[in-house]
Design a protein around this ligand. Structure first.
Ligand SMILES: NC(=O)c1ccc[n+]([C@@H]2O[C@H](COP(=O)([O-])OP(=O)(O)OC[C@H]3O[C@@H](n4cnc5c(N)ncnc54)[C@H](OP(=O)(O)O)[C@@H]3O)[C@@H](O)[C@H]2O)c1
Length: 262
């Protein structure tokens, strides 16, 4: 299904998710390099919008490495909080100039929740457990200023690139395969609803989830992973995705009616 929006700006197109969105073929996109559009340089954002006909944005660009965010919080602020704010300001300026409303889909993280009890709903408290999460939460505040925005709280993985040999049996999440997330994002982009949505799969331990795709995976414990890395990791960051499922059913039901199918 090609989107009715035929000019979708994908930021972070060279990253893991950006590449998957492009490879999905679901978006008639334009994906500038960082040299063309650097979210920390507002003049590059304005120049890009002045020279392109953009109807929607999927904002993937971020400092998405928690270890760097922990070590260099100024970089996390500069890219995730200030960079995303620059994008929002650029979109508002473009909307004023063109009289058009731009749909803005922001990729946030399940890491905005505390990562302890799990099954988080969008209305649960957001108290991130590391600096990466705080910087993503800061970005969300800027995005909420846009009239036509969706913030997607998620976590994803590439089933074809599970590089580690062991995974914890006592860490739980709702991580979604990256190709599945690309399809969900195409529906979100096409919709007319706004707000914050959790997008993920069923709650599983990381070991159970990854072993489906890598049968040789060995079990380990969270503490084995935590002692190797310099930032706090979750216990249970699983998501309650009922809100998205409800909206998704409305969208796909509407599509079925439009094509005469049941
Ligand atoms: N990976 C996960 O499991 C996960 C989970 C939840 C949420 N997310 C979010 O999903 C989004 C995509 O994550 P990812 O894993 O695909 O990240 P990634 O592979 O690290 O890619 C990050 C992308 O952002 C770009 N970027 C960084 N700084 C930029 C700047 N100043 N201006 C323009 N572009 C810039 C990078 O460009 P260069 O190639 O030039 O560096 C790259 O294309 C991020 O918002 C991340 O926070 C990720």
């Amino acid at each position: 299904m090609k989107l009715k929006n035929d000019r979708v700006l994908i930021t972070g197109g060279t990253g893991k998710l950006g590449r998957a969105l492009i490879a999905s073929g679901l978006f008639s996109h334009v994906a500038p390099s960082r040299a063309e559009l650097d979210i920390t340089k507002p003049e590059t954002i304005d120049l890009f919008f002045e020279t392109h006909d953009i109807q929607a944005v999927i904002h993937c660009a971020a400092l998405a490495r928690p270890a760097i965010c922990e070590r260099e919080p100024e970089q996390a602020i500069f890219t995730n909080v200030i960079g995303t704010s620059h994008m929002v300001r650029g979109v508002i300026r473009y909307e004023r100039q063109t009289g058009r409303t731009v749909r803005f889909v922001h990729i946030s993280s399940d890491g905005v929740y505390p990562g302890t009890k799990g099954s988080y709903s969008e209305t649960d408290e957001t108290i991130p457990y590391n600096r990466y999460g705080w910087s993503k939460l800061g970005a969300e505040s800027a995005v909420a200023l846009l009239s036509n925005h969706c913030t997607v709280r998620t976590s994803f993985f590439d089933p074809l690139r599970i590089s580690f040999d062991a995974s914890p049996t006592d860490m739980f999440s709702s991580k979604v395969p990256i190709a599945t997330l690309a399809r969900e994002l195409s529906l979100i982009l096409e919709g007319e609803f706004t707000g914050t949505f959790n997008v993920g799969e069923e709650r599983l331990s990381d070991f159970e989830r990854y072993r489906r795709f890598k049968p040789t995976l060995r079990p380990c414990l969270r503490r084995d992973v935590q002692q190797e890395i310099p930032f706090t990791i979750y216990h249970d960051s699983s998501l309650n995705c009922e809100k998205w499922h409800h909206v998704r059913n409305l969208i796909t039901g509407r599509e079925s009616n439009a094509t005469g199918e049941k």
